[in-house]
Write a protein that binds this ligand. Structure first.
Ligand code: PMP
Length: 422
């Protein structure tokens, strides 16, 4: 329910009639506080304007794609220039080769690249490559980890059949014993071990990967001949300039990328090592728009920035500053916060908040103060952010925490989040 008489409310009413459920997937505002906008009109740099024209500092970065700032002029100029020359054509341009060379030079484990559009394409290609390579069926993945919305990976069962998720064994992230058991259960049929680069599930605290878990996954893949896949669609380029598991010293056989690869332009990739090259060449995967040249030009410009600037260290420093600032302000008011995840992908949850009544109240206050803050999904920093932006976020947080403190005794349950408390 959006604010009454707003452009957002009007769009939602019209969407109800022509878009199933009013909106689908992660862009539905159904599980957000009632006053959160669902529709936006504009974005530039670190800012976002909702359909009613309210300006917000955006801590969601389009759920990841905004890495260097919305509408970065250099990257968008590369995109537009290529668009004018040729984009979707009867075949790819040489940019696909430039980009494959760039990515394989940047990502240590990678010797080849397949480009596609969404993260789901990339993870599905990884799955098929592993099955083609091993001629086996079983895939191990961690409980609660998101790898896309294809029938084999989607988070809900509606519209899928049990066979879509057959031959999958779930284990607990970071739990070596559980991984060992899953591998034993797979017997001689293990095709792949899928791993998120960190535990970045929604609604719960994030966990960095334990080196012992990552190393065990590598060892088990080697022992069994299965392929190790790191799904870097969300965390890629916000933890390292290499695959995110490079920070724990583990090289996968396959890695999947998307979201911020072209700073908001539609492009994703599956990268693989030599071992998997023949299998990758054997599967039939393609798409009408997978070879578009303009997003590839944008990706080359984005990756140039990745290589040649300290964008990552700057983002990390600002993320640390935000985390420290939030923690001091919450502590000063005696409010318990749990801040988890890499500082460039922060998740902030309140202590003792099973139905998110504190998180929702705080989020709404942040929104009123001009900050788009997510109450239960990891957020994303971008490299266009400055200390002044973070200071603005912290000032908003300070006021919002103050309001929360006074409102706490009277806060009612958040009905729509009751499933979390159940
Ligand atoms: N893997 C991970 C880790 C993701 O976070 C996502 C998207 N949130 C995907 C895969 C799927 O990407 P897309 O939505 O672009 O299909």
């Amino acid at each position: 329910m959006a604010r009454r008489n707003s452009a957002d409310a009007e769009l939602r009413a019209r969407a109800e009639a022509v878009i199933p459920g009013g909106m689908y997937g992660h862009q539905s505002a159904r599980l957000l506080p009632d006053d959160y906008p669902q529709f936006f009109s504009r974005a530039k740099g670190t800012r976002l304007w909702d359909a009613d024209g309210a300006e917000l500092i955006d801590l969601m970065c389009a759920y990841g794609p905004n890495l260097m700032g919305y509408g970065d002029s250099e990257i968008d100029e590369a995109f537009i220039a290529q668009l004018r020359i040729g984009d979707a054509m009867t075949g790819p341009t040489g940019l696909i080769v430039d980009l494959a060379e760039t990515m394989t030079a940047m990502v240590t484990h990678a010797d080849w690249a397949i480009f596609c559009k969404n993260g789901t394409d990339a993870t599905s290609i990884a799955l098929m490559t592993a099955r083609a390579h091993t001629r086996r069926k079983t895939v191990i993945r961690a409980k609660g980890a998101y790898h896309g919305c294809a029938p084999w990976s989607t988070a809900r069962t509606a519209g899928t059949i049990p066979e879509d998720k057959a031959h999958q064994i779930l284990c607990d992230y970071n739990d070596v014993e559980s991984l060992d058991k899953a591998v034993s259960r797979a017997g001689d049929d293990l095709a792949a071990i899928f791993a998120a680069p960190l535990k970045h599930d929604a609604f719960i605290d994030q966990e960095p990967p334990l080196a012992a878990y990552a190393k065990r996954a590598r060892g088990l893949a080697d022992e069994t001949g299965a392929l190790l896949v790191v799904d870097d669609v969300r965390a890629g380029l916000r933890i390292a300039r290499d695959c995110s598991w490079s920070v724990v010293g583990v090289r996968p056989d396959l890695s999947t990328w998307g979201k911020c690869l072209a700073n908001g332009h539609a492009l994703s990739a599956t990268l693989g090592s030599e071992k998997a090259r023949r299998a990758a060449a054997s599967i039939f995967v393609t798409g009408s728009f997978w070879f578009q040249a303009a997003p590839m030009a944008a990706a080359l410009a984005t990756l140039k920035r990745v290589r040649e600037t300290d964008y990552l260290e700057q983002m990390q420093a600002l993320g640390d500053y935000l985390r420290q600032g939030l923690s001091e302000r919450a502590e000063a008011r005696g409010i318990g916060l749990r801040q988890t995840g890499p500082s460039t992908m922060p998740l902030v949850l309140f202590e003792d908040d099973p139905d998110m009544r504190k998180g929702f109240f705080f989020g709404s206050e942040m929104l009123k103060a001009g900050v788009y803050f997510h109450p239960w999904h990891n957020m994303f920093l971008n490299a266009a952010m400055t200390r002044a932006d973070i200071d603005q976020v912290l000032a908003a947080a300070d006021r919002s925490l103050g309001f929360l403190k006074s409102a706490l005794p009277a806060l009612g349950p958040v009905e729509k989040m009751a499933f979390l408390a159940a």
